[in-house]
Design a protein around this ligand. Structure first.
Ligand SMILES: Cc1cc2nc3c(=O)[nH]c(=O)nc-3n(C[C@H](O)[C@H](O)[C@H](O)COP(=O)(O)O)c2cc1C
Length: 316
C-alpha cells in the first residue's frame, strides 16, 4: 500500500494544500470525500475579517464542524511553528484541533523538531513543509517525529521558496535523504506533472493551484477566469517578504507595482489583501498568486476528477 495513504488513512495520495481564505469546508470535504486529504487553511471558514485570537478560533471551530458535517473522512489543518507565530494563533489552532478531533497538522514555514515531538505525544500526524526546503531541515523534521515531508519547489503558487530549486530537484533531493515519505509541491497541475514527481521520488502530491480551478473552490469566478486567461509568458515574479517571492498573473495593481518596486531595490513591496483580491475578486485589491504552470490547466473540474487524475500515477 502507498505509505502516504497508510499514514493518513486515505485512499489516494493527493493532499490539497492550505490556501488561507479559499480553502473552505466545501473544498476540503470534497477532496477528502474523493479519497485525498483536504486541509483547512487559516481563515478557511470565515466570510468576514476577524482580528482577535478568540474570534479566529471560533470561526475555525465552525469551519471544522461544517467540514465534519460534509465528510466522515480525515482532513487536516494548517499551522505554523511558534517562531512564525508571534501572536499565538497557531498555538490556539493546535489546541482547537485536539479538542475537535482533527488529527493531521500541516506545519508550514520553519522546521521545529521540539514542537513536533510534543505534537506527536498529543496524537497528531505531522506533515512538515519547510518554506525553503533543505536536506538538513528534512532530516531534522524526521528526527523530531514528522510523518511526511513536503518538498516545495519554486514552481509553486503562494509564498514560494526564495531558493531557486524547482519541484523535481527539491523532491529528488529530500527523498534521497529521509526515510519518511516525501510529497512533491509546486506546479503539480496535471497527471503528467504528478507522474514526473513520482519518477523523482515522491510518494504523493501536495497541490494548491489545481484546486483553485475546481468547481468547489470559493475563489471568485473573476479570479479563476483571470488565471485561466493568463498566457504562460505573461507570468511575472516579484520578490517580497524577506526574500520570498510570488508568481502573479497579468498586470493588476499590486503585482505591477511590486515588480516596479523590485527594480528600484525595494524587495518588500505590499501585496494587498488576499481577502479582497483572490477571495472577493477585486483584482486590483490584492495579488493573484498561482503556480507558473497554471496555464496547463485547461478546465475547471470537480475535486473528485482532479484527485483521480493526480493519483493515477501512484496506483501503477
Ligand atoms: C493562493 C495561495 C494561497 C496560499 N496560502 C497558504 C497558506 O495560507 N498557508 C500555507 O502554508 N501555504 C499557503 N500556500 C502554499 C500552498 O499551501 C502550497 O504549498 C502550494 O500551493 C503548492 O504549489 P501549487 O500551487 O503549485 O500547487 C498558498 C498557495 C496559494 C496558491
Amino acid at each position: 500500500m502507498n505509505r502516504v495513504c497508510e499514514i493518513l488513512g486515505i485512499t489516494k495520495p493527493v493532499i490539497q494544500a492550505p490556501m488561507a481564505w479559499i480553502t473552505s469546508p466545501e473544498l476540503v470535504a470534497a477532496v477528502s470525500n474523493a479519497g485525498g486529504l483536504g486541509v483547512l487553511g487559516t481563515s478557511a471558514g470565515s466570510t468576514e475579517m476577524v482580528k482577535t485570537i478568540e474570534e479566529t478560533v471560533e470561526e475555525m471551530r465552525k469551519a471544522i464542524h461544517k467540514t465534519q458535517e460534509l465528510t466522515e473522512k480525515p482532513f487536516g489543518i494548517n499551522v505554523f511553528p511558534s517562531d512564525m507565530d508571534p501572536y499565538g494563533f497557531s498555538k490556539a489552532m493546535i489546541a482547537l484541533a485536539k479538542e475537535e478531533g482533527v488529527n493531521v497538522l500541516v506545519a508550514a514555514g520553519s522546521i521545529a523538531p521540539d514542537e513536533y515531538s510534543q505534537w506527536k505525544k498529543d496524537g497528531f500526524i505531522i506533515i512538515a513543509r519547510e518554506q525553503n526546503p533543505s536536506v538538513h531541515g528534512a532530516i531534522e523534521a524526521e528526527k523530531g517525529g514528522a510523518d511526511i515531508i513536503v518538498a516545495t519547489g519554486c514552481d509553486e503558487g503562494g509564498c514560494m521558496p526564495s531558493l531557486t530549486t524547482g519541484t523535481t530537484a527539491a523532491t529528488a533531493l529530500l527523498s534521497e535523504y529521509v526515510s519518511i515519505p516525501v510529497l512533491a509541491a509546486g506546479g503539480i497541475v496535471n497527471e503528467k506533472m504528478a507522474r514526473a514527481a513520482k519518477v523523482v521520488g515522491a510518494e504523493g502530491v501536495f497541490v494548491g493551484t489545481r484546486f483553485i480551478l475546481s468547481k468547489e473552490c470559493r475563489a471568485a469566478d473573476i479570479v479563476k477566469k483571470d488565471i485561466m486567461d493568463t498566457h504562460p509568458d505573461d507570468f511575472l515574479v516579484y520578490t517580497q517578504q524577506d526574500g520570498f517571492a510570488r508568481w502573479r498573473t497579468t498586470p493588476h495593481k499590486y503585482g505591477k507595482e511590486g515588480v516596479e518596486a523590485n527594480k528600484r531595490g525595494d524587495m518588500n513591496p505590499p501585496q494587498g489583501s488576499f481577502f479582497h483580491g483572490m477571495y472577493k475578486g477585486d483584482l486590483d485589491a490584492g495579488v493573484n498568486t498561482v503556480s507558473n504552470l497554471s496555464s496547463l490547466i485547461k478546465s475547471i473540474d470537480s475535486c473528485k476528477d482532479i484527485v483521480n487524475e493526480l493519483a493515477a500515477p501512484f496506483a501503477e
